[in-house]
Design a protein around this ligand. Structure first.
Ligand code: HEM
Ligand code: HEM
Length: 191
């Protein structure tokens, strides 16, 4: 598929916000490996400041993503990203997961069209996860009284963020190289 003209399955606001969120999360994960966090009276270092401020940016991008999901008329529907409250969507998700497991045994992907219940449900969980990380990080600054508790949640879910980034970006690259998806649909600059 990658030698064809990219389609416009994702509108430019979605692509812009997705790129902003992805780049801020990559900054968060990289800084988290080397930053010195504040302890007692000793302040954090410059890399911690980068972690903090790009975290606020991630919070902004996540909020914008939710807004666009609710308002947009084109692209994945809100119900596909958050299918948990509809019996019909849950059934479609189970069927799609089985199709993926079957194909995985043959080291392949099932036929993919614009309706991808499993991928969309995982994308929705990813967006929820990034929202939780950005909110707990921000709350640790705004609400000193619960700093320890919210940072406990922050650190607990940090590894899941790594798993999401590696899994999501890795599968997107694999699907692109095997012709099942065109990365430019999400990463194209311009209209
Ligand atoms: C951790 C940071 C990231 C987050 C939170 C994230 C989140 C999301 C979400 C919520 C969607 C669904 C959008 C929609 O359907 O409207 C999506 C789709 C997509 N993402 Fe990411 N993403 C991240 C990083 C990346 C990276 C690094 C890549 C590139 C390798 C990537 C490639 C894609 C592609 C190609 C799609 C479209 C899939 C499709 O059309 O079915 N994402 N992402
Ligand atoms: C989506 C946004 C964010 C992501 C993905 C993220 C990710 C991470 C990761 C991976 C760690 C390392 C955890 C570990 O030690 O295992 C971390 C630690 C930390 N983050 Fe964030 N972060 C985000 C936003 C923020 C924000 C906005 C702040 C506000 C100041 C913040 C403050 C901290 C602090 C203080 C730690 C150290 C916790 C400790 O070791 O006690 N984070 N974060």
């Amino acid at each position: 598929m990658s030698d064809l003209q990219p389609t416009t399955r994702h509108s430019w606001p979605t692509r812009l916000i997705h790129a902003g969120l992805a780049l801020s999360i990559i900054t968060q994960l990289s800084t988290s490996l080397v930053m010195r966090t504040p302890h007692g009276t000793s302040p954090g270092d410059l890399l911690f400041e980068v972690h903090e401020y790009s975290g606020y940016a991630a919070l902004g991008f996540a909020a914008l993503f939710w807004l666009v999901l609710v308002l947009r008329s084109k692209g994945t529907s809100f119900g596909s990203l958050i299918p948990w409250f509809s019996a019909e969507r849950r059934a479609a998700l189970i069927a799609d997961t089985k199709a993926h497991l079957n194909s995985a045994r043959h080291l392949s992907f099932p036929d993919m069209d614009d309706h991808r219940p499993m991928a969309s449900a995982i994308h929705g969980l990813g967006l929820l996860l990034m929202t939780l990380m950005a909110m707990t990080g921000t709350a640790s600054v705004l609400l000193p009284g619960v700093r320890e508790q919210v940072l406990g949640i922050h650190v607990l879910f940090a590894n899941v963020v790594w798993a999401y980034l590696i899994g999501h970006a890795g599968l997107a690259l694999l699907a692109h190289w095997t012709g099942h998806l065109d990365l430019r649909e999400m990463w194209r600059v311009g209209n």
